[in-house]
Design a protein around this ligand. Structure first.
Ligand code: KG4
Ligand code: ZN
Length: 355
C-alpha cells in the first residue's frame, strides 16, 4: 500500500501556498507565491488586492505543487485548506477553489486552523511529543499556548493589540528603511534586524510593556508609539523631512529590536514558570517557536538563553517553514488523517471564519 498523501492549500493572508506531503512527512511537491512586494509598495495589505492576487495565482500554484509531486490529483488521500483565522476575502479564494477540487475528484476535505498548523509544523521535522509549549510570533499572530494534542490547545496569552511583526513593519516604514539601499527588498522585520547589527541597543530608554501584569499577554502598540515619538524627535533635531533616513536609524532599530525581544522573552518566561508551577508541562518539555518573527536571530538567541536557563529545549522550524506556506497545511492534514479527526466527506456546511 502507498503512503497517504495530502494536498494543502494556504491563502489566509498574503501568501498563496500549496504543497503535497505524505504521511511520513516527505514533502513531495511545493509552490509558494508571496504578494509581499506588492503590499510593501502599497504600505500595507489591501484585502481586495490580496484577494485578486490569490485568484490570479491559485490555480498555477496548486498545479505546480501537484505536478512537482508526481502524484495525480485522483491519487490524493484528501485536500486540506486553511479556513480560519485570516482575511475573509483571502480565505474565501482558497476555500472556494478547494471545494471545487474535492468535488471534481471526490476527495475528503480537511478544514485547517492556521494557528494549529503553525504549531504542529515542528512535528514534520522532529518527533516532538505532546504536551509542548508554543510561541507564535509573526506579522499577524502573537500567542503562547500549551499544545496538548492535535487541536487541543491551552491558550496562555496573546497580544492585546498588535502582533510583533506588524509593529516591526510599521516602525521600519516610519524609519523609511525601504529607502535604505541594503534594505529595499526586505520585510520590515528583516530590515530592522539587518540595521540593528550596526546600532547601539541602549540608545533609547528601555521600556517593558505589561510588566505589572501577572499574566502571559503581550502588547506592542505602546512600544511602537514610544519609538515613533523618538523618531519624530530625532527628525526634528536632524531637520529631516518625513521620508529621509535618520543618521541614528541603526541605533533606533537596535533599541526597538531589543525592546521587542525583551518583552517576548519576559512573557515566555512567565508562561514557563506558570507551567512548571502548575505541572502542566514535563520537566524537559520543548519550547516550539514559529512565525515570521521567529527567523530573527537576535530573538532566537535570547530564547535560546531562556530555554537553557529553564532546562528546556528550543525547537524552531527553518525560516521557510516558520512563515506562511502550504506545507504546514498539508502536514496538519496528515496529522488529522492519522488521528482520524476533522475529516469531512460532506462539505455542504463548511464556511471560512476570519476571526
Ligand atoms: O509568518 P509571516 O510570513 O506572516 C504572517 O504574519 O502570518 O510573518 C511575516 C512577519 C512580517 O511582519 C515580517 O516583518 C516579520 O514576520 N519578519 C521578521 C523577520 N523576518 C520576517 N521579523 C523580525 N526579524 C526577521 N528576520
Ligand atoms: Zn501565519
Amino acid at each position: 500500500t502507498y503512503p497517504r498523501v495530502v494536498l494543502g492549500i494556504e491563502t489566509s493572508c498574503d501568501d498563496t501556498g500549496a504543497a503535497v506531503v505524505d504521511e511520513h512527512g516527505k514533502i513531495l511537491g511545493e509552490a509558494l507565491l508571496s504578494q509581499k512586494d506588492v503590499h510593501l509598495k502599497a504600505g500595507g495589505i489591501i484585502p481586495t488586492v490580496a484577494q485578486q492576487l490569490h485568484r490570479d495565482n491559485i490555480d498555477r500554484v496548486v498545479n505546480e505543487a501537484i505536478i512537482c509531486s508526481g502524484i495525480s490529483a485522483s491519487n490524493l488521500s484528501a485536500v486540506a485548506t486553511t479556513v480560519k483565522p485570516g482575511l475573509a476575502l483571502s480565505l474565501g479564494v482558497g476555500l472556494i477553489y478547494s471545494l471545487d477540487l474535492v468535488k471534481q475528484y471526490n476527495k475528503p476535505f480537511i478544514p485547517i486552523h492556521h494557528m494549529e498548523a503553525h504549531a504542529l509544523t515542528v512535528r514534520l521535522l522532529h518527533p516532538v511529543e505532546f504536551p509542548f509549549l508554543v510561541l507564535l510570533i509573526s506579522g499577524g499572530h502573537c500567542l503562547l499556548a500549551v499544545a496538548n494534542g492535535i487541536s487541543d490547545f491551552l491558550l496562555l496569552g496573546q497580544s492585546i493589540d498588535e502582533a510583533p511583526g506588524n509593529s516591526l513593519d510599521k516602525v521600519s516604514r516610519r524609519l523609511s528603511l525601504i529607502k535604505h539601499p541594503e534594505c529595499s527588498c526586505m520585510s520590515g522585520g528583516q530590515a530592522i534586524e539587518h540595521l540593528a547589527q550596526f546600532g547601539d541597543k541602549t540608545f533609547c530608554k528601555q521600556i517593558l510593556p505589561l510588566s505589572k501584569y501577572q499574566d502571559c499577554n503581550f502588547s506592542f502598540s505602546g512600544l511602537q508609539n514610544y519609538f515613533n515619538c523618538v523618531i519624530q524627535k530625532m527628525e526634528d533635531v536632524e531637520g529631516i523631512e518625513n521620508g529621509a533616513v535618520l543618521s541614528c536609524a541603526a541605533d533606533i532599530a537596535a533599541s526597538f529590536q531589543h525592546a521587542v525581544a525583551h518583552h517576548i522573552i519576559k512573557r515566555t518566561q512567565r508562561a514557563i514558570l506558570f507551567c512548571k508551577q502548575e505541572n502542566i508541562l514535563p520537566i524537559n518539555a520543548s519550547l516550539v517557536v514559529s512565525g515570521g518573527v521567529a527567523s530573527n536571530g537576535y530573538i532566537r538567541k535570547m530564547l535560546q538563553n531562556l530555554t537553557d536557563c529553564m532546562g528546556m529545549s528550543l525547537l524552531c522550524p527553518p525560516p521557510q517553514l516558520c512563515t506562511d506556506n502550504g506545507i504546514m497545511i498539508a502536514w496538519n492534514g496528515i496529522e488529522r488523517l492519522r488521528a482520524g479527526a476533522g475529516i469531512l466527506n460532506d462539505t455542504f456546511d463548511i464556511r471560512y471564519e476570519p476571526r
